[in-house]
Design a protein around this ligand. Structure first.
Ligand code: G6P
Length: 615
């Protein structure tokens, strides 16, 4: 997955594209490049590395004030990250230049054909094959760029969001999408192209989101013409007004997006239940759930599909749905589910969880579930994302843009939405008494303030980070609702500090991980008062007698664990099902501080990307 940006209009394209690439670096950051049409020719500069590292070089090499250009920040799929494989890519004649996010699966056979026809290739990428395929079609048929793109894409198997222009027709950019996102910002006599709206939000709030299998010809003075790639039919552009503002996507005084996003959680959780949790009236109102109440109530089971951190939120929801609403739940990795011929039918409700709403495996799992007749409900953060549009109904998390690659506020807001749904269903099914239900609403409403209190542990967590930053391994243990939190804590540490960490259900420790414990092993144990407390205390005793270093996450005022553990981090008391919203906080902070102390790039850890739009 990569970030793509383009501009055509009356302003200088270079600074717009450069800034846009910086905003899209969360999508990939192993190389970057820009191509600008300078009135005569294309000026192209690209190299391995992050956009900021390349800035000087790009500026020097491009030095033009052209008003048409495209740019790309890459997460390598085909071909190692190096200068040659970076985008944009020229066609053999040098007339066409392209940027691409996605994978062309049949590129090898297409490449063989093109080689037979005399084409040569500089890079190992599938993208260079695509631009030459377009050129070949264009020359063979003697047709315009738009038509050639359409014919070429009909020969392609895979996923793409592309932008391509022809230096002989410098008044248009042709774009297309299948499986990778592409937005067109519509300004006054100017147009922006990007993987999401962040590169153009300061210039225009009007955007068109291309649907899969659509292409558009974006013309300088004439506007946007959209067609279906397969049957050539015209599509009326639907221009929507965006709610996002620039401040929301910048760091707001914090050193890193991740830290900003950790600290945003009280507000984000509040935004998640704003207008939905009406505690005075004692009700939960969620249109997507109300409109489909029958489907939920008649469901034999709920199947959750998701990846990464979203999958962990799904695991927490398994406990929540089963305990509160008494609905059986299965939680599946979307990547496994999609290739497993799963037994699923119209009596199942599938909940797809995704921060970005663009994860390729989750999207494919949704399509599979739909084809088998299941009702599919989306829980997404990014408004208008592919998953939000592909699902039958859904609920947004309203966390605001999450830029740090390590997901934080997306996780807690996903759990919040899923809790609201479970509570609403519990009420409808009568599995919670009305007083229990009210009590849950009141406790949920208190969570933002309790998250604020949990964040006060930051300075102390930093001292713990300093003690254990050089550990080679970490174990994270939790039970019940906090078992998925242990998995998430371990994932956070791995992702950004590159320290090996494993999450386990605390009682499983005896079946293997206990062999790893010695005086060099830090073990984070979630031991809140509610939920298997005594059992977890026994596990702590077992660790202690093997000299492991214990970092306990405990309920404020806990004395028992304090006496056993090497360190305890307190979180406020709440009801059991809401504890993950609090116990997660110190684990996020711990990984942040350790990564920072080790000199890691917290917001852009190696090898990862924020939105995985390839399988
Ligand atoms: C990537 C991100 C993770 C995220 C996962 C699923 O791996 O780095 O932070 O949890 O994708 O993404 P989604 O957008 O579907 O929640």
């Amino acid at each position: 997955m990569c970030g793509i940006v383009g501009y055509i209009g009356h302003r200088e394209a270079y600074p717009i594209i450069l800034k846009g690439l910086k905003r899209l670096e969360y999508r990939g950051y192993d190389s970057a490049g820009i191509a600008i049409y300078d009135g005569n020719d294309i000026k192209l500069s690209k190299t391995k590395g992050k956009v900021a590292d390349l800035e000087e070089r790009l500026e020097k090499e491009i030095s033009t004030n052209g008003t048409l250009g495209i740019g790309h920040t890459r997460w390598a799929t085909h071909g190692v990250p190096n200068d040659v494989n970076s985008h944009p890519h020229y066609s053999n004649s040098g007339d066409l230049v392209i940027i691409h996010n996605g994978i062309i699966e049949n590129y090898e056979s297409l490449k063989k054909e093109l080689i037979k026809r005399g084409y040569t290739f500089k890079s190992d990428t599938d993208t260079e094959v695509l631009v030459n395929l377009i050129e070949d079609v264009k020359k063979k048929e003697n047709i315009k760029l738009g038509k050639a793109v359409q014919i070429a894409l009909n020969q392609v198997v895979g996923a793409y969001a592309i932008a391509v222009f022809d230096k002989n027709k410098p008044n248009e950019i042709v774009v297309a999408r299948l499986g990778s996102p592409l937005a067109i910002g519509v300004g006054k006599d100017e147009f922006f192209i990007a993987s999401d709206a962040s590169p153009f939000i300061e210039y225009t709030k009007n955007a068109i989101y291309l649907e899969d299998e659509e292409m558009a010809i974006v013309r300088r003075h004439k506007g946007v013409k959209i067609r279906k790639i397969k049957d050539d039919s015209l599509v009326a552009p639907y221009i929507q007004e965006l709610q996002l503002n620039l401040e929301q996507i910048e760091k707001g005084g914090y050193d890193h997006f991740m830290l900003k996003e950790i600290y945003e959680q009280p507000r984000a959780i509040l935004d998640t239940f704003r207008g939905r949790l009406l505690s005075n009236e004692g009700i939960i109102k969620m249109a997507g759930v109300e409109d489909n109440m029958k489907k939920f109530l008649n469901a034999n089971r709920i199947v959750v599909v998701a990846c990464g951190t979203s999958w962990h939120a799904g695991l927490v929801s398994e406990y929540i749905f089963e305990n509160l609403a008494r609905i059986p739940v299965e939680v599946e990795y979307a990547s496994e589910f999609r290739y497993r011929n799963p037994v699923i039918n119209e009596n199942d409700v599938v909940i797809a969880i995704s921060q970005s709403g663009e994860t390729a495996d989750t999207l494919a799992a949704i399509k599979l579930a739909k084809s088998k007749g299941a009702f599919v409900f989306g829980v997404c953060n990014v408004v208008g994302s592919s998953i939000a549009r592909e699902t039958h109904a859904g609920a947004y998390t309203h966390a605001g843009p999450e830029i740090g690659v390590a997901s934080t506020k997306a996780f807690t807001t996903q759990i919040t939405v899923l809790t609201l749904i479970a509570l609403r269903l519990a009420r409808a099914k009568g599995t919670l008494s009305s007083s229990d239900y009210r009590h849950h609403l009141i406790e949920l409403e208190l969570i933002p303030d309790k998250v604020k209190i949990a964040l006060e542990s930051d300075a102390y967590v930093k001292t713990i980070a300093d003690i254990y930053k050089n550990a080679k391994n970490f174990l994270y243990l939790g039970r019940g609702y906090n078992f998925p939190v242990a998995l998430e804590g371990a994932l956070k540490l791995k992702e950004i500090s590159y320290i090996h960490a494993e999450g386990y259900p605390a009682a499983e420790m005896k079946h293997g991980p206990i062999a790893l414990i010695d005086e060099n092993m830090p073990i984070v144990v979630i031991a809140t008062k509610k939920g298997h407390y005594e059992k977890v205390v026994s596990n702590i005793q077992e660790i202690k007698s093997r000299s492991g270093k214990i970092i306990g996450i405990v309920t404020a005022g806990d004395e028992q664990v304090k006496n056993l553990a090497d360190h305890v981090i307190e979180v406020p008391e709440t009801i059991e099902c809401l504890t993950p919203l609090l116990t997660t906080i110190p684990l996020q902070l711990l990984s942040y501080h350790i990564a920072l102390m080790l000199g890691r790039n917290v917001d852009q850890p190696r090898n990862l990307a924020k939105a995985v739009t390839v399988e």
